[in-house]
Design a protein around this ligand. Structure first.
Ligand SMILES: [Fe+2]
Length: 299
């Protein structure tokens, strides 16, 4: 016992040091092929970013986001939680500057509105968080973030539909604000997705199953979400312990078919960052995803 306790403490300290200092800055680019285009279509590159939770000191993360422009995406989708500090809007806009020159869309997440607060990291493992709901009102400059992204040309999909042309495709989109803080209003975008478009994409921050079902039933073929952080603190060979919303553990990140209401594909980003009060990732590297959309199997 005399040697076991110090050894366990040392192993714990080493694991935390790795999670906070190494893995949190070990950014991964995930690549997926998604067969959602009409036969004969050219491949289409969609960059999905999410959950940057930027604070002014995160220079490595900012540089990595900036470098994603080298992927030459046709469309950028940001599923929210971009900032974590009152001074972070400028940081995010600087990091995303080259991407903002490209066609893009976004929704906001709860952390774009509410500054992070200290919390017991163990709470992260206990179930969906609800700490934002007890506050009086937003305390981060989410309107500036929204307005500056929109001024650069990105479409705001918070409880709105949109349509754009990118990479030669006519794309119909719909999105909802964050269901985690009850700001989603699907009824404002409900109805059949534009049948004449080349592609239909549904966008949300939190992959709540009832929203996924609604988007899929309305004909959206590709659903994009973030929020889960892929669990953020995972167990090797087991995966995430929690999803922080209603989705199952198996789909806490990555590309999957959505089982209900049509033929939709779902991609959940494990996100680029962490709350400043939980600055560690374990067995769940921070990520962005390049989805290469290709023709459906015509057979
Ligand atoms: Fe987040």
């Amino acid at each position: 016992m005399r040697t076991l306790i110090p050894a366990t403490a040392a192993a714990g300290a080493a694991a935390f040091g790795y999670a906070a200092l190494i893995e949190r800055n070990w950014f991964a680019l995930r690549r997926y092929e998604v067969p959602v285009l009409a036969p004969g279509s050219e491949p289409f590159r969609l960059l999905h970013i999410s959950d940057a939770h930027l604070t002014p000191g995160r220079k490595r993360l900012m540089a990595w986001i900036r470098s994603l422009d080298d992927l030459d995406p046709h469309l950028v989708v940001n599923t929210g939680d971009s900032i974590a500090h009152t001074d972070s809007v400028r940081c995010f806009l600087d990091a995303a500057e080259p991407l903002l020159d490209r066609p893009g869309v976004f929704v906001l997440g709860s952390n774009d509105l509410f500054a992070p607060e200290p919390f017991n990291p163990a709470r992260y493992l206990l179930g969906p968080s609800s700490r934002h709901r007890i506050r009086k009102g937003p305390d981060l400059p989410w309107e500036k973030l929204r307005d500056d992204m929109a001024a650069a040309g990105w479409l705001d999909l918070d409880n709105q539909r949109g349509r754009l042309t990118a990479g030669g495709l006519d794309i119909a989109l719909a999105g909802v604000h964050d269901s985690h803080i009850n700001k989603d209003r699907y009824e404002q975008v409900a109805g059949q997705a534009e049948p004449t478009a080349d592609l239909r994409i549904g966008v949300m921050h939190s992959p709540e199953p009832r929203l996924l079902d609604q988007f899929a039933a309305d004909g959206y073929e590709l659903l994009l979400a973030g929020h889960t952080h892929g669990g953020q603190l995972c167990l090797p060979f087991y995966g995430t312990l929690v999803t922080n919303c209603g989705i199952d553990r198996e789909r806490a990140s990555g590309l999957h078919r959505h089982p209900a209401g049509g033929q939709a594909w779902l991609h959940v980003s494990a996100g680029l960052g962490t709350s400043p009060w939980a600055p560690a990732r374990f067995a769940c590297r921070p990520e962005a995803s390049l989805l290469t959309l290709v023709p459906r199997d015509s057979g």
